[in-house]
Design a protein around this ligand. Structure first.
Ligand code: GUN
Length: 291
């Protein structure tokens, strides 16, 4: 097999779906509907967050979603953010709300994320949406897990019955990914900082998803022959280059399929944000048509 055939190309696949989204939105526009509207709240100046938000803004512009950024200083109070979210929750013209994470430490992230209306919760982090996913009744699926599932489906990965291992149990990736994989028939293991003999788990994985934010942590000695490797990490090196949590050059020889960094899960996560926004928008304009 040629090496390029082993690579799951997140740029190519996300562009393929973005073209479809653009067409869908043109169709609604021609029917006289308003533009979908995403509100993003950014607090502080975390360099990675500034870049992610910029990418989200460009992607929205590209497909025809109205993007409005509310950028606050890192010293803003929790009460002021809750007030802003309350306004956005009650504004019928706003379909979707996203709070860029992480938040400054004086702010309770759970409190803030849970204050977003579950119907506008484009990240799918609200307990209502996570609970629905947990009960096999998905509503809004968190963006990175949705992007990973979309990418695997595109490459015809047969998920049913796969032994999968997730490294990292974060609220953003590891935990919702576990629920999404269960939904697609995987037998799942989630590992975390207290896991004993981590390598024993990863070496058994037919599907390995790594989301820990540690540059090139996983090399070929950690993986099973012919396994499928999904790398969620985006780590900036001292020389400015970006690498994943997986040592790509070492692992690609042993894996059957692998995602690159950059150009793998990053663009797929942004695609999911667009898809989630448009899914919510479609429900909203349907409601409007009833009146
Ligand atoms: N920070 C890193 N990833 C994400 C994400 O998927 N959503 C939000 N809101 N913040 C993030």
């Amino acid at each position: 097999m040629k090496l390029t055939k082993k690579i799951m190309d997140g740029i190519k696949v996300s562009n393929f779906f973005k073209k479809k989204l653009k067409k869908t939105l043109l169709f609604y526009k021609n029917q006289g509907h308003r533009t979908p509207h995403l509100a993003v709240i950014l607090i502080g100046t975390n360099p990675a967050s500034l870049i992610y938000v910029q990418h989200k803004k460009l992607a929205c512009k590209n497909v025809g979603i109205k993007f409005v950024l509310y950028h606050f200083s890192k010293n803003i109070s929790e009460t002021s953010i809750l007030k802003k979210i309350n306004h956005l929750n009650n504004n019928d013209k706003i379909d979707a709300i996203l709070i860029q994470l992480p938040l400054p430490i004086h702010i309770n992230s759970a409190h803030i994320c849970n204050s977003i209306s579950p119907y506008k919760d484009v990240d799918g982090f609200h307990p209502y949406n996570i609970g629905s996913l947990c009960q096999k009744n998905p509503t809004i699926i968190p963006c990175t897990p949705r992007g990973i599932i979309t990418l695997m489906k595109f490459y015809d990965v047969p998920t049913y019955g796969l032994n999968s291992v997730i490294v990292g149990a974060s609220n953003i990736v590891g935990r919702p990914m576990n629920l999404a994989l269960l939904l697609h028939g995987c037998t799942t293991t989630v590992t975390h900082r207290f896991t004993k003999n981590l390598k024993e788990h990863t070496k058994k994985a037919e599907l390995l998803i790594v989301a820990i934010g540690k540059a090139e942590f996983v090399d070929s000695s950690w993986i099973k022959e012919k396994s499928i490797i999904i790398d969620v990490g985006i780590n900036k090196q001292n020389d400015g280059s970006i690498v994943g949590d997986v040592k790509f050059k070492s692992v690609i020889k042993k894996a059957s399929l692998i995602t690159p960094v950059p150009g793998g899960i990053g663009p797929m996560t942004i695609l999911s944000l667009l898809q989630n926004t448009i899914d919510i928008y479609k429900k909203n304009i349907k409601k409007y048509l009833k009146y």
